[in-house]
Design a protein around this ligand. Structure first.
Ligand code: ADP
Ligand code: MG
Length: 347
């Protein structure tokens, strides 16, 4: 995508603004962002279901914006995987090949192959109403890939499934994609899905791409406070501060040494919940952030402590703790675990 924008309502709604993105051959790229940020519109432009207001879209060297969906060899799967109810699973899967005029023998072969890939051989003779939600979703995936599309587009395809099935389909989809080696663009607002499936993730907000990175880098090096505040569960804690002489003054009393000063005076210091400690005693360090414990939630894997610091909530993840609600506590962290963002929110 080269500087692709999409406006609706005569320009009043900016659904996408100057998207620049190159998806590699065989890559699994995820558009991740909150509802309304423009993910579906971006995907629909790649599919040819929307025309860009501005910019260019290429498949290899072939400029495709302006081309009909049928001339792009893309397959798209939606959240509401509409199957034809009056057709069997087999007929549903076979349908795109029939339209292409592919002879019956080859159709049979490809249906068998695709059904095997998606583990729905046993369901081929059933009607959509007779099979489970997961099998229906597999059927719609089968129908999409049987044409051997050059680009596979998926818009929140798992969000109508229950939690257990969603997990199962997540790894199945990933397996399928890497087996078929199809260039895939996958839209979701679910971070876990994005992190577990994506080779790279394009984080979107308000119609723009904020960062494109692989999951590890996105987690380790969020480029802006917006991304930092979006990635992670709970996301990074951000503290406002004033920087001078290699230290950051947090809340007027805490001189936090910084490893990488920035040029700007006002800064945000980001610390992940798992990189913070919470103590009822005064800590050994010569600085600490003081607060009052709001809640202590034992979540099995870890304990989530929520601390009120001057009316702002700070999340701390610890293996165990003896602090209790309403207790005065000290929050500390290692300076090397702190991210320093400048006044514009850039790392
Ligand atoms: P997402 O998929 O991330 O939830 P969408 O791409 O559906 O976001 O929508 C992005 C923005 O564009 C929203 O403000 C939405 O209301 C607007 N939008 C999408 N499609 C249309 C349309 N056909 N007409 C007018 N506005 C639209
Ligand atoms: Mg959407």
């Amino acid at each position: 995508m080269r500087s692709v924008s999409k406006y609706f309502d005569g320009g009043d709604t900016v659904a996408n603004y100057k998207l620049d993105l190159e998806v590699e051959d065989g890559e699994f790229l995820v558009f991740l962002g909150p509802s309304g940020c423009g993910k579906t519109t971006a995907l629909r432009m790649i599919a040819g279901l929307e025309t860009p207001s501005d910019g260019e879209i290429y498949f290899d060297d072939d400029r495709v914006d302006g081309k009909q969906p049928a001339d792009r060899n893309v397959a798209m799967v939606f959240q509401n995987y509409a199957l034809y109810p009056h057709m069997t699973v087999r007929e549903n899967i076979e349908y795109p090949l029939k339209i292409q005029g592919i002879p019956p023998e080859e159709r049979d072969e490809r249906v068998a192959e695709t059904a095997e890939l998606l583990h729905i051989e046993e369901q081929l003779g059933s009607d959509p109403a007779e099979i489970s939600g997961g099998q229906r979703q597999r059927t719609s995936l089968a129908r999409a890939i049987i044409r051997k599309p050059s680009v596979f587009l998926l818009d929140e395809p798992l969000s109508n499934l229950d939690a257990k099935l969603r997990l199962e389909m997540r790894s199945e989809l990933k397996r399928l994609q890497s087996e078929l080696d199809i260039t895939t663009v996958y839209v979701t607002h679910n971070q876990e899905e994005a992190m577990s499936m994506g080779d790279r993730i394009a984080v979107m907000n308000q119609g723009t791409i904020r960062q494109v990175a692989d999951p590890e880098e996105l987690y380790r090096r969020p480029q802006t406070t917006w991304v930092a505040d979006f990635i992670g569960s709970p996301p990074m804690n951000l503290f406002e501060g004033i920087q001078a002489d290699g230290t950051v003054d947090l809340a007027g009393e805490n001189e936090l040494p910084t490893k990488t000063p920035t040029a700007s005076e006002t800064v945000s210091v980001g610390v992940r919940p798992e990189d913070m400690s919470v103590d009822s005693d005064s800590p050994e360090t010569d600085w600490a952030i003081r607060g009052t414990v709001e809640t202590v939630e034992p979540l099995g894997e870890y304990v989530l402590v929520n601390v009120d610091v001057d009316g702002k909530f700070v999340n701390v993840k610890v293996p165990t703790t003896d602090v209790e609600p309403e207790q005065q506590v000290s929050l500390t962290f290692e300076p090397e675990d702190a991210y320093l963002y400048d006044g514009d929110g850039e790392l």
